[in-house]
Unconditional design. Structure first.
Length: 453
């Protein structure tokens, strides 16, 4: 379903600078969209047009199929539904306190005092700033100001959230927290649009990419489609994402396995998995393509864990009765990723899980979960890139615990399960403190850290 659309959009500033020329885009509901280009390519101007802040000189913008109207009532509705967070938070934050700043939008929409208060409290809790609601915004850090600006947009409950360079001037931890927020909003159905010149961010995060250069749209498609086009990137003054560059190098050397372009480090690691071949004796009647159960192997034949249950696919049968088979291993002992929902937080319970679950690696996602861990002395091994790093540790046989809350629980669960399904590498995944509970599987061959059989 197309939620936002432009047709032959043009805008030129009074000094004669052509900022947007003939832009045609279609934004689908619930997607994560990245507009990528160098500074001055037209991204910021396009966003101001999409929000109704600027009016195009030619062309039109449609929201749910209806063209934008520029009377005050229509613009108020547009800006309620299509919220924008500016690159410089100081351009957006102006009220004496954090609470008043976040309340400005809902109050201008005519919400009742009770509804305004509920929207503000919910937004501040979401971005982890409830305790700072009475503080002057200009006393906050850059990352905190960015979260205030996001909360101000979120309080109006928009369908589309547009962010102009959302990670500019943020440290790595602050940047990771902002991306966690955006992923959570998207998980609950918001369409998220960002501008960036960070190709690594656009490649790993987005569902769809628009490439801009000199006020024009020069390319679009999935991240894999857009970022493989070297000439197109060169024209836009950009480079390939680092992960993709590394993959193409190992592919050139004949070390890559599979055809999918990796987006994350776990994806990249999985491309290094070689074919595991062996000569075996096969009984009469076995054909190429058949599956064989080779039983449990150990010692020099178990390369990924002490004991491995092994199936094999027959690739070639030699006239003497022997066959070349590709081994598919399932380790008897492996790691996993356990998620703990800090909305139902209990310190004794967390400590018990870490001890009895033999947790070797603990991470936290989101400001609330990081603050709880810090206050209660829970040692955190990782606070940025938590999902990917936990997957990598699980592949090494470690048991990992991720502390997070709200929609990030489901987001992390989905991401981890998608990796298991896509890669063919299986390990334990679950949420520990929701209805029905979750506990580590017993140490059996059902619990693997190796290839599915």
């Amino acid at each position: 379903m197309i939620i936002l659309e432009t047709r032959s959009l043009k805008y030129t500033y009074p000094d004669g600078t052509a900022a947007v020329q003939g832009i045609n885009i279609e934004i689908k509901k619930g997607k994560k969209i990245a507009f990528v280009g160098q500074n001055g390519s037209g991204k910021s101007t396009l966003f101001l047009l999409l929000n109704g802040t600027l009016k195009p000189q030619e062309g039109e913008i449609l929201f749910h199929g209806a063209p934008f109207k520029y009377d005050s009532k229509s613009l108020r509705e547009i800006r309620k539904s299509v919220g924008i967070v500016f690159q410089n938070s100081d351009d957006q934050i102006f009220a004496p306190t954090v609470y008043q700043d976040v309340a400005f939008g809902p109050a201008n929409l005519g919400y009742s005092k009770e509804r305004v208060d509920a929207c503000v409290q919910h937004a501040l809790e979401h971005v982890g700033l409830s305790r700072l609601k009475d503080k002057p915004p200009h006393h906050l850090s850059g990352g905190q100001k960015k979260r205030v600006a996001i909360a101000g947009v979120m309080a109006m409950e928009p369908e589309v959230i547009i962010l102009d360079e959302p990670l500019s001037n943020l440290d790595p931890v602050g940047a990771d927290e902002i991306m966690d927020l955006l992923n959570e909003f998207n998980h609950f159905g918001s369409t998220i649009i960002i501008s960036t010149h960070d190709v690594d961010l656009a490649y790993r995060w987005s569902d769809y990419v628009y490439l801009m250069s000199n006020s024009k749209l020069i390319g679009q498609g999935t991240p894999a489609e857009v970022f493989k086009e070297q000439e197109l990137l060169k024209k836009a003054g950009l480079r390939q994402p680092t992960t993709l560059e590394i993959y193409h190098e190992i592919e050139r050397r004949g070390l890559a396995y599979g055809k999918n372009s990796p987006k994350t480090i776990p994806d990249l690691v999985n491309t290094l998995k070689p074919l595991d071949l062996m000569w075996v004796e096969v009984p009469p009647g076995v054909r190429e393509g058949d599956n064989l159960n080779l039983g449990v192997m150990y010692g020099e034949y178990a390369t990924q864990s002490p004991y491995e249950a092994i199936n094999a696919t027959v690739l070639h049968i030699h006239p003497d009765g022997r066959a070349i088979v590709e081994l598919k291993r399932k380790g008897i002992k492996a790691g996993g990723v356990l998620l703990y929902d800090t909305d139902n937080y209990s310190l004794p319970e967390v400590r018990q899980i870490i001890t009895e679950g033999e947790i070797a690696f603990v991470g936290a996602m989101g400001k609330k979960s990081k603050t709880l861990a810090e206050q209660d002395g829970i040692r955190l091994d990782v606070t940025t890139g938590v999902i990917d790093k936990s997957i990598l540790m699980a592949l090494c046989g470690k048991r990992c615990l991720i502390l997070t809350a709200g929609g990030m629980v489901d987001h992390a669960l989905k991401r981890t399960r998608e990796y298991v399904e896509k890669s063919g590498i299986e390990f334990t995944v679950g949420v520990v403190n929701r209805e029905g509970g979750c506990k580590w599987l017993e140490e059996t061959d059902e619990k693997s850290g190796a290839l599915k059989i």
